[in-house]
Design a protein around this ligand. Sequence first.
Ligand code: NDP
Length: 456
Amino acid sequence: MSKPTTFLILGASGDLTSRLLLPSLGQLLQREPEREVVLHGAGSDAWTTRKWRDTVREAFASVGADDQVEKVAGTTYTQADITKTADLKTLVADAQGRLVMYFAVPPAVAATACEVMQDVPLPEGTVLALEKPFGSDEHSARELNRTLRMLVPEEQVFRVDHFLGRSTLLNVLGVRFANRVVEPVWSADHVESVLIRYDESLALEGRARYYDKAGAMVDMLQSHLLQVLAVLAMEAPASLDEKDLRDAKSAALRATHIWDDNPVRFSRRARYTAGRIGDRELPSYVDEEGVDPERETETLAEIVCEVRSSRWAGVPFTLRSGKALGQKTAEIVVRFRPVRHMPVGLTGAPADGGVLRFSLGPDQMSLELNVNGGDDPFALHREYLTTDLGEGRLKAYTEVLSELLDGDVALSVRGDAAEECWRIIQPVRDAWERGDVPMEEYPAGSPGPKGWPTSS
Ligand code: NDP
């Protein structure tokens, strides 16, 4: 960590930069005081360096990292169109140490910039960081991968998925592989079902420009939740270095398909109507500013996947995510099969053989066990062993940023995995496009459409 890293943010005047990247950088510099970062911002807006520095200062202050501002006090802003070769050449020319280019721009702009960069000599070791969504389907993701391969080796491409930096997900690795009480039972022999759920009480929050084209399926399932599935379902990697870890995840994704290849039966979609969440009155999704009802964008999506391997055959992996729901519930639920035999005399037969639950935000882990005792010493009831795992969303970006600035891509999505994730969901998108799966409705603030499970 002795050499500085030049962190060049493209799209510096955007939402992602001010809300997540800069606060995370502030946190990171606070956490790792020896880290040297030369920060540059660039974007199409006619910002001055002074305005950029104010933005950096405010973002650092928002996470209590005011004391770190002086480390990037010399930061500058350059107005540039990153789809133009000349502008890109100027931007990369002054890099010191390793150059990390973060494309905090709309995906189409990032794709064009990557095409154009073929004529821009990049310093040795340059790392390119790309945000989600990576492409818009399997074909476009493959094309973008092809372009990127002409620029830098795969080990220098960081496809950002901040879920991979979440303490919960990182803890899955430890819990799964370091515990004799968990590792041997992590298979279809013992696991009955897996649920990966990310229900938000937030609604559109003015992000129609992006969300109305993505919907819950692309925004959450295609990217984050399939990454979670990969970590849960993968075989034990020999090590956590980028090759071993990402090989294992990709193998799991290649084995993943929509249950029974039947997207009509094993997918659901819905959209919120007007309702109330706490003291907020929400309009119907279709009446939100910037939404085009013709697009038929879903705000709640669910798919059931199977992982075709000897470890997982027969275990449904349900992925679900939605907006404007009554309760924020973000969790991984691993439900164990009932025991084969219960001694006669124990009463209150449980529905399952226990549940391991990882919650995201606040990040917690809980093991639900069937225990007896209490008033009737032979009656079973549920007890919960719960522990906190760490901080939430911003911390995840900080973790990701730390790896990125080190040039370590283990916690990023490899090119083939990005393509696989599109391949997995495509049959569902096709079925929805054909109108084979009805668009259901749920009032904002409710648990979801009638007939969908309300708890896990
Ligand atoms: P914004 O629209 O807020 O910001 C995009 C930035 O890119 C703007 O500053 C824009 O400038 C700039 N830009 C556009 N075209 C060019 C160009 N040709 N040359 C230079 N700069 C350009 O988007 P977000 O910050 O919300 O999102 C950026 C990326 O991050 C997207 O891929 C998004 O999917 C992803 N993302 C965003 C999240 C978020 O919470 N915001 C979360 C996860 C991912 P101008 O304003 O002048 O157009």
